[in-house]
Design a protein around this ligand. Structure first.
Ligand code: GAL
Length: 674
């Protein structure tokens, strides 16, 4: 992996997106005074400032930007400088409406909004490169500009563009991937409906039709779109480097449990630090678990480096149905959750709540009410706590012996075209495993299928619809050498081209599992299948027969009566489990049986309400204990809480809603597997 520049802050980063252009300069002075009061050490500047920096084509107004950079710099606040390409100026759209993206109906979007550009359009690329270059030339050597932030949430508004420029770029992309059009015809199975292509020029972006589309074409268009966005990142990064920038360059990813807009696993080598934005959903009563899943997944993208939560919210989020504030203490827990899972800081959208514009009802570090507010006091309290945690900067999340495989491309493949069940959120299978394994103290890692599986005692493959041959081989190899694997329902159904692996489901794993699935059996609304243990399945099961596996549980009643539902097969030194459907009631017991079979030993003092996560380094280990519940708890721990200064001698009292970060006793750490 070649990193131009190492991200290694001296202390945990604390701050947020800062938009001084929305306020008179008198407010800037109050801003920096408040930043100092809270211990803010970095702000992201310029994300949406293009139209105020390049006020007309190649006419520049740098004065105000110089002034704010000087002010921040004089106060010792670092700057994460953004290229402002997420929001092109109005004049650019007036002069070049051809850069606006086109939707799948072939309709061009209009000026305004943001991310209103096609990454494949040469005119867009010219302007984007120029603004990045100008910024790099002007501020690249500034000592306070310690990192760079390319654009903002690439794909969050322009995930797929169907314009003529995109179509041309898609053809080039296909030619690079397949070399010959016959290879496309074969990969996409275009014999179906006789959609045979004669040459690459016959292919277009998958514009809408009333009838269904070819799922392999849709999947390749998603892959192309992800690469086009990565191309945008590279174009801007290269412009910055050419202009002399030597500090770390990144962009803020949107890692989503239901499938991200890009295949981030393939972006990682380009990023000097993996940075994400994450927003909890107020209506989700266990939103802290979704946060933990995303944080674990982010860490799993590159476990060898700390990452960074570039944006999260202090409180209410205007784009949600009910724009509810976070409960007192929740922001602090959320920030420390991210840090627990390996973020080297906690940054927010945004510093000061806007008075005008599309996001005027979004929370911020400084709310509309100003600094005499609960929100501000909590921000100051968070800053105080972060300052006590500086010693863990640079440490990493502890590697788990349990891995859950999750893949954006597989999720896209599931969503592309017609499937056995359309309303089933396939990604929830992974979430369910994560929640139970976390609460059991196994601290699972959520990783892409391409990650290193060696040394994992348990590998969970939940609804991993698309798997490549390489992943199949890697899983089989670790199982033979002693790991336990669980293949969930709907896993291994298609190959990398989204072609069914025929001969019985799940085609990719059939031989290893010693089962043949003859039919997928989606259930109707409210229908439940009973298993011999009393557990229940909903949404889907399968008509299975065993060829070499032992039957662990059978269906009871209905069309599948007596047929296998859960199987296990000894494979080499390991074991391969298969679950034919989605288990509802009884799932926790099933997890216990499988983790017992895998010989897993609880590593962390977690429970339903207590999230326990460990960071490790050559200098020590830190145990984060987060009480998400409403009752006080006593948790096993040994060491000193960096936040309260209290010592934990085998037990630590953790009040409801509170967080502790225990620097663990060294003699304990030495005996613990890291
Ligand atoms: C993010 C975005 C920010 C802001 C925020 C509001 O997705 O990057 O600029 O819009 O959402 O929640």
């Amino acid at each position: 992996m070649s990193h131009h520049s190492r991200f290694s802050p001296r202390s945990l980063l604390f701050g947020g997106d800062y938009s001084p252009e929305q306020w008179p300069e008198s407010v800037w002075r109050e801003d920096v005074a408040l930043m100092r009061e809270a211990g803010v050490n970095i702000v992201t500047l310029g994300v949406f400032s293009w139209g105020l920096l390049e006020v007309d084509d190649d006419r520049w107004d740098w004065d105000w930007f110089d002034r704010i950079i000087d002010l921040l710099s004089n106060e010792g606040i670092s700057i994460d400088l953004a290229t402002p390409t997420a929001s092109p100026p109005i004049w650019l759209h007036r002069e070049h409406p051809e850069i606006l993206p086109v939707d799948r109906r072939g309709i061009r979007y209009h000026q305004g909004g943001r991310l209103q550009w096609c990454p494949s359009h040469p005119v867009w690329q010219r302007y984007a490169r120029r603004i990045a270059e100008r910024l790099g030339e002007r501020y690249g050597a500034h000592p306070s500009v310690t990192m760079w932030h390319v654009s903002n949430e690439l794909g969050g508004g322009n995930r797929r563009c169907y314009c003529a420029a995109s179509t041309s770029a898609f053809r080039v992309w296909l030619e690079n991937r397949y070399e010959h059009i016959d290879a496309v015809n074969s990969a996409w199975g275009t014999a179906f409906w006789g959609h045979r292509y004669r040459r690459f020029d016959d292919v277009t972006a998958p514009l809408d039709s009333e009838s269904a589309q070819n799922p392999s074409l849709l999947l390749d268009f998603d892959r192309f779109s992800s690469d086009a966005l990565l191309g945008q990142f590279r174009l801007e990064r290269d412009a910055l480097r050419d202009a002399g920038v030597t500090t770390p360059i990144t962009t803020n990813l949107m890692v989503s449990p239901s499938g991200s807009v890009a295949d981030y696993a393939s972006w990682i080598d380009d990023l000097d630090v993996v940075a994400i934005d994450h927003y909890t959903i107020a209506e989700d009563p266990r939103r802290e678990r979704e946060l933990a899943f995303v944080a674990s997944r982010t860490r799993g993208l590159d476990p060898s480096r700390p990452w960074l939560v570039m944006e999260h919210s202090t409180s209410a989020v205007n784009w949600q149905r009910r724009n509810a504030p976070k409960s007192p203490g929740e922001m602090i827990r959320n920030s420390l959750q991210h840090i627990a899972h390996g973020s080297d800081g906690a940054l927010f959208f945004q510093w000061r709540a806007s008075a005008s514009g599309a996001e005027q009802f979004h929370s911020a570090m400084v709310p509309h009410a100003g600094s005499d507010s609960r929100q501000w006091r909590e921000v100051v309290e968070l800053g105080r706590r972060l300052a006590q945690l500086d010693e863990l900067t640079g440490s990493l999340g502890e590697r788990s012996e349990v891995a859950i495989l999750v893949d954006d491309v597989s999720l896209w493949a599931w969503h592309a075209g017609q499937k056995p069940l359309h309303d089933h959120p396939i990604h929830e299978d992974a979430r369910q495993w994560f929640d139970v394994l976390s609460a059991r103290g196994f601290g699972p890692d959520v990783v892409p299928p391409t990650s290193d599986l060696t040394g994992r005692s348990l590998i969970v493959v939940p609804s991993l619809y698309l798997v490549t041959d390489a992943t199949v081989a890697a899983i089989e190899a670790v199982v033979r050498s002693g790991s336990t694997v669980v293949i969930g329902p709907l896993s291994g159904i298609v190959d990398a081209d989204s072609r069914i692996r025929v001969g019985g489901y799940p085609g990719a794993f059939r031989d290893m599992l010693g089962v043949v699935g003859e039919e997928l059996v989606p259930l109707l609304d409210g229908e439940q299948l009973l298993l011999s243990s009393g557990a229940q399945m909903a949404d889907i099961s399968a008509r299975l027969r065993t060829t070499a596996a032992d039957v662990v549980e059978v269906h009871r009643g209905g069309d599948l009566d007596g047929l296998p539902a859960i199987t296990r097969r000894a494979v080499g030194a390991g074991a391969a489990w298969h679950i034919s459907g989605l288990v509802g009631a009884g799932f926790d017991d099933l997890v216990d049986r499988i983790t017992g079979d895998a010989g897993l030993v609880r590593r962390l003092p977690s429970s339903d309400d207590i999230e326990a996560v460990r960071r490790v380094s050559a200098d020590g280990s830190w145990l984060f204990l987060i009480n998400h519940g409403t009752t006080d708890a006593v948790v096993p721990a040994d060491g000193t809480d960096l936040i309260s200064g209290e010592s934990a001698d085998g037990r630590f009292a953790l009040p409801a809603g509170d967080v502790a970060v225990i620097r663990e006793r060294v003699e304990k750490r030495a005996t613990r597997p890291v």
